[in-house]
Design a protein around this ligand. Structure first.
Ligand SMILES: NC(=O)c1ccc[n+]([C@@H]2O[C@H](COP(=O)([O-])OP(=O)(O)OC[C@H]3O[C@@H](n4cnc5c(N)ncnc54)[C@H](OP(=O)(O)O)[C@@H]3O)[C@@H](O)[C@H]2O)c1
Length: 326
């Protein structure tokens, strides 16, 4: 079977290779063999190649955050899935043609969700949903502000919040994204600028924003802090600018802001199985309702993984690169 790997950190398109390795086999009664048909390339995958994440050869460098596929065979004790079911893998190290997973390391999806939506469901929609519901109580009519609103996570935030009646202020870098994000359900789209807080206040009036969601870092974090209302929560989940967060301490002291980080990998490692199942049931229902249709910017066969990685870096923020094994 085919498998993606790399020997030393570097530019992803230079260091990635697609190799042939022996197929895994079912070695215990609780195992499931999955034939992977697709995976997306996420920013975190690119960072792993570049050595930003610690290397851990014991788990194949954990290469590949996501993958979807079809169950091929199950061990004697497996009850929740059967051959032919579409599943997603919950573990890392997924960029392989066949995965041998424990029953608890996968989630079964309705076949109507389809391969492409299944491929992107694990990471970005889950991150969006958990950030909206885990840190502060939001009711219909409440406001949330987020930057990198055009990212896959940002789009999922818009779709989930919109269905719950939560209003979103979506900060982007390019004006021409506005129609697209409004069509998705975004209430307001604002181009990033130093007077963000004044422009937000002109929209929301006295109803203070309760939640800010930051994927950019640098000065953008401080601009979100300035726009938030008293005792609001600022959740950080990425640093696309590559800059350390900069914020005015006064915003935190005088407004009593709270600052939290979020990492889906940690959540999935620690959450009880039933919580994880409920999370993906909710996301599946949303997907069946039409949410999370992936914007695919390019499709590549795994044998062309270098070109796929180059494409993913060049088009980041303009849709996902999807890699298939067909
Ligand atoms: N903590 C977690 O558990 C978790 C989970 C999922 C994702 N993430 C992180 O969330 C971020 C978004 O992931 P994604 O898959 O949704 O990304 P994506 O769809 O590839 O989109 C990338 C986004 O980043 C923006 N961006 C890129 N460089 C930027 C810069 N220098 N300043 C401001 N914005 C910049 C892009 O804006 P333009 O459209 O203007 O180019 C685009 O909106 C990544 O940092 C990822 O690692 C974290």
């Amino acid at each position: 079977m085919k498998q993606v790997q790399f020997e030393k950190p570097g530019r992803p398109g230079d260091v990635a290779i697609c190799v042939d390795v022996p197929d895994p086999v079912i070695s215990s009664a609780d195992q499931v063999l999955v034939r992977v048909d697709a995976f997306p390339i996420n920013p975190a995958d690119l960072l792993l190649f570049r050595g930003v994440y610690p290397r851990n050869p014991a788990n194949g460098d954990a290469l590949g955050n996501e993958a979807t596929g079809i169950v091929e065979a199950v061990g004697a004790n497996v009850r929740s899935v059967a051959p032919g079911d579409r599943v997603i893998s919950l573990r890392t190290n997924n960029w392989r043609e066949r995965l041998s997973l424990k029953e608890t390391e996968l989630i079964k999806l309705a076949p109507e969700i389809g391969m492409e939506t299944a491929a992107i469901l694990k990471v970005n929609p889950a991150t969006a949903l958990l950030m909206l519901k885990s840190f502060t109580d939001l009711s219909p009519g409440d406001w949330v502000i987020q930057n990198a609103a055009n990212s896959a996570v940002g789009r999922a935030v818009i779709e989930i919040a919109g269905r719950q009646g939560i209003r979103t202020l979506n900060v982007v870098r390019r004006e021409n994204l506005a129609d697209d994000l409004r069509a998705l359900g975004g209430d307001h789209v604002i181009v990033e600028s130093d007077d963000l807080a004044e422009r937000v206040a002109a929209i929301t009036g006295q109803s203070g924003l309760k939640l800010g969601i930051d994927a950019v870092g640098g000065a953008a974090t401080g601009r979100l802090a300035q726009a938030l209302g008293p005792a609001a929560m600022l959740v950080v989940y990425g640093a696309m600018s590559g800059q350390a967060m900069q914020a005015d301490a006064g915003q935190f002291v005088f407004k009593d802001l709270r600052l939290r980080g979020f990492w889906l990998t940690k959540f999935l490692a620690e959450a009880p199985r039933q919580t994880v199942i409920s999370l993906y049931e909710t996301l599946s229902d949303l997907a069946l309702d039409g949410a999370f249709k992936p914007e695919i910017s390019g499709r590549f066969n795994v044998s062309n993984i270098q070109a796929a990685l180059n494409h993913a870096e060049e088009t980041m923020g303009r849709g996902k690169t999807l890699v298939t094994f067909d």
